[in-house]
Design a protein around this ligand. Structure first.
Ligand code: 0RA
Length: 638
């Protein structure tokens, strides 16, 4: 078989495109894209499990950051493909979107970030090797940067009962800017996959020296266990988790829900194992069914005193932790980040299933039903108070300059795309920032009072907090259901706090507030964290700033070389207030020289857990504050 026939050249062109524009296929060539390679390979094994042929998936991070993923499925076909004239495994590894050529009938993903095909992993790896065990034989083939390096080999006989696929790959250093895998990022996704695919055993092993670990994830209860996991640090209102699992119109529907004594809504939705961060028709169907079922239970049970009183969707979801997972044959992903389900037929299917089965569940579990409906009724009462509080902030709302908060030092320009708002900890740093800023486009809002912990308070309480009100008014976009991104007065909102424990606490309180009340602002990429220097290292007239310990050491060593110009002076900044306006501008605010971190909370499940642990009231998770915070900062992509 010639490697140079027309088909092969086409093939190479296909994967060449992947190498030229990897971002188009895996999102980025930084850490996130790197991890997507693993998800892509794992997804193939999970597909095999969903089709009912595999129940084990094992992933290993090797010492050199190469990866092995293996499963006990049927094994990728090795026979010569009738029209493509190459072994199936070669087709899968070298042809873009070869998946369809195998005509698998399980729920496959099309669109979205996953589901690009394992050939993309090959294209972006410096080595990729595959072992297949099928029909009592073991086969092997290897690849390099999208091309083949050997032909398919038969290694020898193995027991017939041994079946499966093993894929080894080493991400290409010519492509990726980051080559180090993060264990906990992979563990979080694999754990999630085990919840989403009940009964499948998924393990993760890290062989890197000094951090050897192995974990196994397996959830016999599926989404029920997912919800229990999400609610660990919350106080559940009822011990039993409502659970639905069924199929309608060829759509697999699974749902689990449990209420807690908090006020936030934590509803996560998935389509074919992919997180639908932007929601879509499945979520709409679920929400309208839930509102309707709760309302009719409330009416029948005379929970509502006034006849015209109605519970809103928000009332029905206060304190709700729920996971909805559907499996659909041809998902259409839409939206900004392609994480919104568009299939219109799904809405009605989910709605009717939830209406029928949830009301049945509530008839059978009256204690559960009473607690839940009472919670919704009390949410409705609070909503009335909240509406009054919100009217206060609306009246003072942004459109009219005259009503902006007095503490705000606004900028001169009015085009939001050009404007920045600094939220600054403390009056003294606020003063320096006001003097040091470029007043054309930089506005300063000093924060002095206590910021309320939104993890623990209901919306009316949150809105009666002075600092929160000032922030909402200054930004101008409103919150929650009233949020309108086009009213945002600044496209960069930059949190600037001291580099100490108090500063970290205030930053987390602010992030929690934005995450719970203005998530679209984060999704739009408008929220940032300033990076003030930790040290000033100076000698004579020369001065430099160090943003971490390593930089300080390097600078100290460089300036310290005995050249008879006196000694090196190191100043540690304990707070922003210790910098004069000019220093603050140079180090932290000047767009030419500063570094700011964009807040990126793409993984809603993980973000929820982090905020819950940081800000909730359980003591044990709080002990892990420092450790979690380190992880949290890693989640903030530049
Ligand atoms: C196509 C057809 C068949 C299996 C697979 C693909 C398959 C692919 C991967 C990737 C990782 N693990 C996998 N396991 C299976 C079915 C072939 C048959 O009919 O036996």
């Amino acid at each position: 078989m010639s490697k140079y026939d027309a088909d092969q050249i086409q093939v190479l062109k296909g994967l060449e495109a992947v190498r030229k524009r990897p971002g188009m296929y895996i999102g980025s060539t930084s850490s996130r894209g790197l991890h997507h390679l693993v998800y892509e390979v794992v997804d193939n094994s999970i597909d095999e499990a969903l089709a009912g042929y595999a129940n084990r998936v094992a992933a290993t991070i090797h010492a050199d950051n190469s990866i092995t993923v293996s499963d006990n499925g049927r094994g990728i076909p090795v026979d010569i493909h009738p029209t493509e004239k190459i072994p199936g495994v070669e087709l899968a590894m070298t042809v873009l979107h070869a998946g369809g050529k195998f005509d698998k009938s399980s729920y496959k993903v099309s669109g979205g970030l996953h589901g690009v095909g394992v050939s993309v992993v090959n294209a972006l790896s410096e080595v990729l090797k595959v072992w297949v065990k099928r029909d009592g034989q073991e086969y092997y083939m290897d690849f390099c940067r999208g091309g083949t390096t050997t032909q398919l080999k038969t290694l020898g006989k193995v027991p017939k009962a041994e079946r499966g696929t093993t894929v080894f790959f080493k991400p290409d250093h010519e492509i990726f800017t980051e080559l180090e895998f993060d264990y906990s990022t992979l563990a979080t996704r694999l754990r999630e996959l085990s919840f989403l695919n009940k009964g499948v055993t998924i393990s993760l092993r890290d062989e890197r020296v000094g951090r050897e670990i192995e974990e196994t994830f397996h959830a016999e209860g599926g989404l029920k266990e997912f919800v229990a996991f999400l609610n660990v640090t919350r106080k559940a209102l009822h011990p039993d988790i409502a659970y639905i699992e069924t199929e309608r119109d060829d759509i697999g529907i699974e749902l689990a829900m449990q209420y807690n004594d908090g006020y936030n809504e934590n509803v996560f939705s998935f389509v074919n194992n992919i997180s639908t961060h932007e929601g879509g028709t499945h979520l709409t169907g679920f929400k309208s069914a839930l509102t309707r079922v709760i309302n009719s239970y409330a009416e029948n049970g005379n929970f509502l005193k006034k006849a015209d009183f109605k519970l809103t969707g928000d009332d029905a979801r206060e304190g709700l932790t729920a996971v909805l997972s559907i499996k659909v044959r041809e998902p259409q992903f839409e939206g900004q980040t392609k994480t919104k389900l568009g299939n219109s037929e799904v809405e009605g299917a989910v709605k009717s299933v939830v209406q029928e089965l949830l009301s049945q569940y509530m008839q059978e579990h009256p204690r559960w039903a009473n607690i839940v409906v009472e919670k919704a009724v009390s949410a409705a009462r609070a909503r009335e108070a909240a509406r009054k509080a919100r009217d206060l902030t609306r009246k003072k709302s942004a459109l009219d300059i005259g009503t902006l908060p007095g503490k705000l030092a606004d900028c001169s320009l009015s085009d939001p795309a050009l404007c920045e708002l600094y939220l600054v900890e403390g009056d003294s740093a606020g003063g320096s920032a006001k003097q040091g800023r470029d007043r054309m486009f930089q506005a300063i809002l000093p924060l002095r009072g206590k910021i309320i912990n939104v993890e623990k308070a209901r919306i009316d309480k949150v809105l009666s907090n002075e600092e929160i009100r000032t922030i909402i008014t200054a930004i101008g976009s409103g919150i929650k259901e009233d949020f309108a991104i086009e009213r945002t007065r600044y496209h960069k909102i930059i949190i600037m706090t001291d580099a100490d424990v108090d500063g970290a606490h205030i930053r987390t309180l602010l992030l929690t507030f934005f995450f719970r009340q203005m998530r679209e602002l984060i999704d739009a990429g408008y929220l940032y964290i300033a990076q003030p220097p930790l040290y000033r290292v100076a000698k004579g007239k020369e001065e430099y700033y160090a943003y971490d310990e390593t930089e300080r050491e390097t600078l100290t060593a460089r300036l310290g070389n005995g050249d008879g110009r006196g000694s090196v002076n190191i100043q540690r900044y304990k707070g922003l207030g210790e910098m004069n306006p000019d220093q603050l501008w140079k180090t932290t605010m000047d767009p030419e020289t500063r570094t700011i971190l964009k807040v990126d909370l793409e993984d809603a499940v993980e973000s929820d857990l982090i905020f819950q642990r940081l800000m909730g009231d359980e003591v044990e998770p709080r002990r892990l504050f420092i450790e979690e915070k380190a992880k949290f900062v890693r989640n903030l992509d530049v």
